[in-house]
Design a protein around this ligand. Structure first.
Ligand SMILES: Cc1cc2nc3c(=O)[nH]c(=O)nc-3n(C[C@H](O)[C@H](O)[C@H](O)COP(=O)(O)OP(=O)(O)OC[C@H]3O[C@@H](n4cnc5c(N)ncnc54)[C@H](O)[C@@H]3O)c2cc1C
Length: 383
């Protein structure tokens, strides 16, 4: 649980309540996405981060969903509950601030299976060997769905919260440099909104930030150091940055930092999104970096600008010779963003580049890339 202890240095255990300065949508009209830019004041916090780090943010749950849960549970909201640390608060407060109330925990599902005769499918899927099927079944289902499906199931307030996980902070890549924006931190966040089983759903933290914060909100946050994702110590070293979507956030910070330091190393950015017209985030800033000679190369991949899909890995392959030449010069290769597909596709492309341009066998290319990792020149921050 996050409590503020003034006088004690701010940390993960004692997060700083940061004031929101800016919340704007980055996509233009016609976009299918909602990606937002946030700026927070760290004034008076003494918090220091390095570009490449992330910040942990403590969100709050949606009061509408809390109300729906209370009604389904037949609670007024004023019932007092106790957490594992023996702290007492009303169940409404607990559901708003302290517990994960969207994705069901194993304990909650077990309690449903125990108490509801109707939950036959779920009961069968709870066998350990059916984990994959269970995950598929649970995709898009939340705690509220199980309660509405089994109205006869009863919990006492304490019992109910004991079945929930603690609400976890969410991490966001720092998108600014303290050298460019002293006592501030910027983020770039994709708003998670979707519909499933006939209900509108939302990501806890991304929508808390998007919809339920204003200049009066203080958001508890802390620095999450990403040791393996910092800029090269040597400012002369070239860097290649692959950051589609929100993956570009740390690279905006790198470029600000390198500009502020007067670093002479070359910088190459690969950015990708759906449409150049409405999803080219920070275009003016990146073009300004280019004009100033800080961004040596800027390659973009807009997947929906043409009939066939173009992604960052295709741009890497198109530029194979030069990418390899930069690696041979000692470039550090950074990847940030989607772990499920993009990072894997980029890794495959990197192997192909080394094979082709280094005239290597697949095994020799793999050894080359392994050596890059060992030298801490192939760095990823993927999620
Ligand atoms: C090191 C690190 C850095 C990160 N940096 C950034 C960043 O810079 N910007 C950024 O936007 N994010 C970033 N993230 C991700 C971020 O931490 C959150 O995971 C993300 O914002 C979602 O959090 P949430 O609370 O809004 O959603 P949650 O409440 O956590 O919900 C997300 C979950 O909703 C479910 N879900 C989502 N879509 C669907 C769907 N269509 N159908 C069914 N179920 C669905 C999935 O189970 C998914 O896991 C980073 C993560 C890490 C680990």
């Amino acid at each position: 649980m996050s409590k503020f202890s003034p006088g004690v240095p701010y940390s993960r255990k004692n997060p700083f309540p940061a004031r929101l300065l800016v919340n704007t949508r980055l996509n233009g009209e016609g976009s299918e996405k909602e990606t937002r830019h946030y700026e927070f004041s760290l004034s008076g916090s003494g918090l220091q981060y390095e570009v490449g780090d992330s910040m942990g943010i403590h969100p709050r749950n949606n009061p509408r969903l809390v109300q729906d849960l209370l009604e389904a549970l037949k609670f007024s909201g004023d019932e007092q509950v106790k957490n594992k640390e023996s702290e007492t608060f009303s169940i409404r407060e607990g559901l708003l601030r302290h517990y994960e109330i969207t994705q069901p925990s194993k304990q909650f599902l077990e309690a449903i299976v125990e108490r509801s005769r109707a939950a036959t499918e779920l009961r069968e899927l709870m066998h350990p060997e059916r984990k994959k099927e269970l995950d598929q079944y649970l995709w898009g289902l939340e705690v509220i769905d199980f309660l509405l499906d089994a109205p006869s199931v009863r919990f006492s307030p304490d019992e109910f919260v004991s079945k929930l996980r603690k609400l976890q902070p969410r991490l966001y890549s720092v998108a600014s440099s303290l050298r460019a924006f002293p006592e501030q931190v910027h983020f770039m966040v994709a708003s998670v909104r979707y519909e499933s089983h006939g209900r509108k759903r939302e990501g806890v933290a991304s929508i808390y930030l998007a919809d339920r914060t204003d200049e009066n909100t203080r958001i508890p946050m802390f620095v999450h150091v990403a040791k393996g994702f910092h800029l090269p110590e040597d400012p002369d070293k070239p860097i290649i940055m692959v950051g589609p979507g929100t993956g570009v956030a740390p690279f905006r910070a790198y470029l600000q930092e390198r500009r502020a330091l007067g670093a002479t190393g070359k910088n190459w950015l690969f950015f990708g999104e759906q449409r150049s017209r409405c999803d080219y985030f920070y275009r003016n800033e990146f073009e300004a970096f280019q004009r100033e000679g800080i961004l040596t190369r800027l390659d973009t991949a807009f997947s929906r600008d043409q009939a066939y899909k173009v992604y960052v890995q295709h741009r890497l392959l198109e530029n194979a010779r030069e990418v390899y030449a930069w690696l041979q010069e000692g470039a550090h290769f950074y990847v940030c963003g989607d772990a499920a597909r993009m990072a894997k596709d980029v890794d495959v492309a990197l192997h192909q580049i080394v094979e082709k341009e280094g005239a290597s066998s697949p095994e020799a290319a793999a050894a080359y890339i392994e050596a890059l990792k060992k030298e801490k020149r192939y760095k990823r921050d993927i999620y």
